[in-house]
Design a protein around this ligand. Structure first.
Ligand code: PHE
Length: 458
């Protein structure tokens, strides 16, 4: 076995620090903004079940593989893949997995920042009392008016991107650990409060039925793909975010246990978000399939009605901004690490450059909501840039990255290499993981992708 590498970018101070950072990456807009709206678009219960299956059978094993590769390579995903491939006597072309991930991260960051910008704006609006006593129609009108103003969206998008760039330029460790340690639990508590509120005032039973009673007639190839895509997006998998965080993880930490904790917490937050939002959706006769605006059109109604709602709303959106912030950081980090390693750039410059490029790309996403909305020149497969970036990253690029990572971890790396790095004995646990990444995940991802593209129809 080669001598253990160390990362030039540093190491987490403890296993807990890694768990906090990786959970910070996983828990974000994907859980609270994306999960409810994709569930709504995909018809509810059957999607949720498929999603949970994807998290357990695909997400968790891929997460273990990603952490393992990162910790062994100790560099940006591109360089990690190249180094590990060479070590196993294989082609350096494996580095393209890193390139694919970098491209995906970049695209995700561009629209992620736009949505995080909405969240910032909504924090301010809540506290200013705009939603006090507002009806469902009123809240919807406020949202429509907001997203139709490109300048305002641009301002918030810019603020969020600057915030992200600043943290990354200072190194992921300082600041990040503290933010996750206190703010994530706070978000969790507030989410529970919201579920409590929804339980008392909304159509809770209907929501529970909607979320957990599967109607299998609703399953189409698109719904299966959405479930898998959501699992990748929500767990931050397939693009190297978890890989790069793994590269700062100490050799003594247990990867399987750590990965399980992260996946569990991420899933819990998504389910809570669903339980907070859908009772309100049904109470106010809104459409579950309203799309990306769903939480911005439902939660403010509740904030407008509950006592102290202005403050609760403010806190909720501020905490959501923090959750988005700790996720955005992990989208930038693989690119920055690569620029530092291969271009000898200073971290600050690398972060600024990455932020700037993603900011520019984000402008396409935000214009697709207003000036370019419905304009055939800027619509592809019926989607504007924001929807397109969102769909193509989650449903194609991340799963493809995950597939390649699985193949690499299980077919290219030798047993000795993977077992040693995972720190597992040659028992049941290791065998189960290996069977999953060797056969189950690549085949499942491959079939789901092919099925959706129509190359393979059942
Ligand atoms: N997992 C994050 C979220 O749920 C988004 C993300 C995707 C972050 C991919 C990093 C990589 O909000």
């Amino acid at each position: 076995m080669p001598a253990r590498r160390t990362s030039i970018h540093g190491e987490w101070s403890s296993r807990l620090a890694f768990i906090l950072a990786a959970t910070g990456s996983a828990v974000g807009l994907g859980n609270i903004w994306r999960f409810p709206y994709v569930t709504g678009e995909s018809g509810g219960g059957a999607f949720v079940i498929l999603y949970l299956v994807c998290v357990a059978a695909i997400g968790l094993p891929v997460m273990m593989a990603e952490i393992m590769l990162g910790r062994r390579g100790r560099q940006s995903p591109i360089n990690t893949m190249r180094t590990l491939a060479r070590e196993e006597g294989r082609s350096p072309a494996w580095q393209y997995v890193g390139w694919l991930g970098m491209a995906a991260g970049f695209l995700i960051l561009s629209f992620y920042s736009v949505i995080a910008g909405w969240t910032l704006a909504y924090a301010l609006r809540s506290v200013s009392g705009v939603f006090n006593g507002a009806t469902a129609e009123g809240v919807a009108a406020i949202f429509e008016e907001f997203i139709s103003d490109p300048e305002r969206l641009l301002a918030w998008h810019t603020i969020f991107m600057v915030m992200t760039t600043i943290v990354v330029s200072r190194g992921v460790k300082s600041g990040l650990e503290q933010a996750v340690r206190y703010l994530m639990p706070a978000l969790f508590v507030l989410l529970v409060v919201m579920v409590g509120y929804a339980m008392n005032t909304g159509q809770f039973e209907q929501a529970v039925n909607y979320l957990f009673t599967p109607d299998f007639s609703k399953i189409t190839s698109g719904v299966v793909l959405n479930a898998m895509g959501q699992a990748f997006f929500s767990l931050s998998l397939g693009m190297g975010a978890i890989m790069i965080y793994g590269s700062y993880l100490s050799h003594t930490a247990s990867i399987p246990r750590t990965a399980a904790i992260i996946a569990l917490m991420d899933t819990l937050v998504a389910i809570l978000a669903g339980l907070a939002i859908f009772p309100l959706v049904f109470e106010y006769g809104l459409a579950p399939s309203a799309g990306p605006g769903l939480i911005f059109q439902t939660l403010p109604i509740a904030f407008g009605q509950m006592p102290g709602g202005a403050l609760v709303g403010f806190l909720f959106f501020v905490l959501l901004v923090f959750a988005a912030w700790t996720s955005a950081i992990s989208l930038v980090e693989p690119v920055v690490a690569w620029l530092v390693e291969n271009r000898g750039m200073q971290r600050v410059k690398a972060a600024a450059l990455t932020g700037l490029m993603a900011w520019l790309c984000g402008i396409l996403a935000l214009l697709s909501l207003n000036l370019w909305s419905g304009d055939a020149r800027f619509t592809f497969f019926g989607k504007g840039f924001l929807d397109l970036f969102d769909w193509v990253t989650s449903n194609v690029m991340l799963p493809l990255g995950g597939l390649l990572i699985s193949v690499f971890a299980a077919w290219i790396m030798t047993r000795e290499s993977s077992r040693g790095e995972l720190g597992l004995a040659n028992g049941m646990g290791y065998t189960l993981w290996r069977v999953l990444v060797r056969y189950v995940t690549p085949v499942a991802i491959g079939l789901i992708l092919l099925n959706k593209t129509g190359i393979l129809t059942p």
